[in-house]
Unconditional design. Sequence first.
Length: 379
Amino acid sequence: MLYPVKLIIIGGGILGTSHAWAAVTRGHDVVHIEREVQARGATVRNFGLVWVSGRAPFELEAAQRSRDLWEQIAAKVPAVGFRPAGSLTMLRTEAELAVAEEVAGRDDATARGFRLLEPEEVLQVNPALRGKYLAGLHCTRDGAVESRIALPHIRAHLSEVGRYEYVGGHEVRNISSSGGGVTVTDDHGAVYHADVAVYCPGAAHGGLTREIAGELPVRRVRLQMMQTASLGEALTTAIADGDSLRYYPAFAGEKLDELTATQPQAPVAAEHRMQLLCVQRLHGGLTIGDTHEYAEPFDFDVTEDPYDHLRTVLEDLLGQPLPHIVRRWAGVYSQCVDPGELVCRREVADGVWVVTGPGGRGMTLGPVISEQTADLLSL
């Protein structure tokens, strides 16, 4: 394409904002449209984890690249709160420890930053973990960003750079394509013209998404999370429990098969397809989750039993009661169901691209997915 290219990017979540970042930093012009004044979907309802440790082998290179891109973004926009804090997957049974030992001995263990730590070594890395466990699987490559505030700061930076306009509170109603480019119309009657449109609808699979793209290989996933008041001390790494071994594809293998055959999950964890993930926010509070619900229609309320389970597990690891819970919430994200695909990316008309379905990997993979799209468009 000839430079500069003008793009309309629709969707203000992590994918839309990352696509805007990739385009503007390559010297192109972007109009960025979001139906809410600020993004309110999965992007701001997640942990903010940049999670290299659990990625499937085919995802590992992309996850590593995306983690490095986050570091580059943070160098220009420190307020995104990126920190290379690493993670600890806490192992409380011999079967969980066997899985970690198998994983730590694989060829890709160094690339993921895996080290298996004895309890005294865990305490050196994360002194807040004064509870009960056998060992911890340390991943030095994991990181975190501040999911609730990162995107407004990225947009503010792009506005200062120039070539970027953010239009919040406008819902796109029509996208059309012709030999002369693309035309987008919103619900305020505003009309925008550009060379390319990139539509990142998040979990909105119906409406305009179905109209322009038909049925995509994506599904929606609902989760529950919560946040505490300040812990009062530093939780220096992100935390996962042994149930996360069942959830993340990097841990698949003979020992995981043995674990699932011999160590059933707690009934509430099995019912709600749970794992413990926990990360400390910059204000000191802990973001804790999560559950997974796949069958629609989703419940409209949150269920207390999963929160009780998560609280018990984390308190056992910390060796102290949690601070009081200040908020609970549910969220829905979009997950591509094509095996081997990082995201569902389709050119649905000349110059019109739909990008959705990174699953629970949006914050981890958003920058690299957007970089790949920019390469595909020869930006």
